[in-house]
Design a binder for this molecule. Sequence first.
Ligand code: OSB
Ligand code: MG
Length: 372
Amino acid sequence: MKIEAAELRLISLPLKFRFETSFGVQTMRHLILLTLYGEGLEGYAETVMEYTPHYREETIPGAWALLEELLIPQVLGKDLANPEQLWGEIAGFRGNKMTKAALEMAFWDLWCKSLGQPLWKVLGGVRTEIPVGISLGIEPSIEATLEKVGQGLSNGYRRIKLKIKPGWDVKLALAVREAYPEANLTVDANSAYSLNHIATFKALDAASLDYIEQPLAFDDILDHAKLQAAISTAICLDESITSPEDARKALEIGAGRVINLKPGRVGGILASRKVHDITQSYGLPVWMGGMLEAGIGRAANIHVATLPMFIKPGDTSSASRYWQEDIIEEALEAQNGLMPVPQGPGLGVNLKRDLVQKLTEKSAYVTHAVQG
Ligand code: OSB
Ligand code: MG
């Protein structure tokens, strides 16, 4: 597959809900939509990083420059037999996992389309629908949270994740547990705590949570291991895992017992499969995380979540929860907490071209290969 040209579009989509986490409030989702052209086909990708570096280090302005000036020129005009060969061209560039993952996602879509196969089959997936839950932001009150939890459960979602921050944690979790004794509940701190808060986490044990997601620093595993040894609830790592090696080291030292796998964060789909295989070798589950993806990224997450160890419900809930109108033609909607897997070639989804054109804030067309 020869990549002949690439197009970048900066798009902003208004979220249907105000999404507050310990690191900030989101009301819009910003993304770079990447299209790769080759052999008369189009491969799509959507970036996952935040506009600003509040979750991990990467940013949309940084990703735009890196894609336009370095990554795309590095692969243009080259005949690449598979995604491994794409990595052969870009692996020497360090870091920037989310940006590289976007290039890789578009190549997977293009390549699977050339094979006439859906991505999940090429990856070795085993499911045609995946179990999903929802991630609830920090709401104005416990009463408002209880109402949203109730709605989520009655819509069939299989797990409810509550965002927490210091001062908005134990009371909230215990109140939700009391109201919904049987619900599969988790919390996500997005790195807002330190080991000084061990008492808070010991108190959270009483809420019978399935896991506590990323309590400590975004780049830590050692303190997570200390915390995990001090509490009975499982720790789930999100921000801290940016590669298969991170996953191996974290599980080796007992920094957690579950991984939230976001393909962008670990450097793409090949890396996701490796993280998946590592957790399998430890006999531990993974689940598919989310970054408030629009249709392209949501579809990619669904395909990856068909791998065998994605046992726990993920964050890939119905697109209609997030958007008045998604950027793809297909409706990615869960039924009774199960999200069907698209069956067309590649990602199996098609862009709403008029809408994408209307939403585009800037664009660039890249046709030059790297010099020398
Ligand atoms: O920590 O999992 C997270 C969204 C943006 C950034 C980080 C996170 C999240 C979510 C939402 O929890 C998941 C989703 O609904 O896509
Ligand atoms: Mg998280």
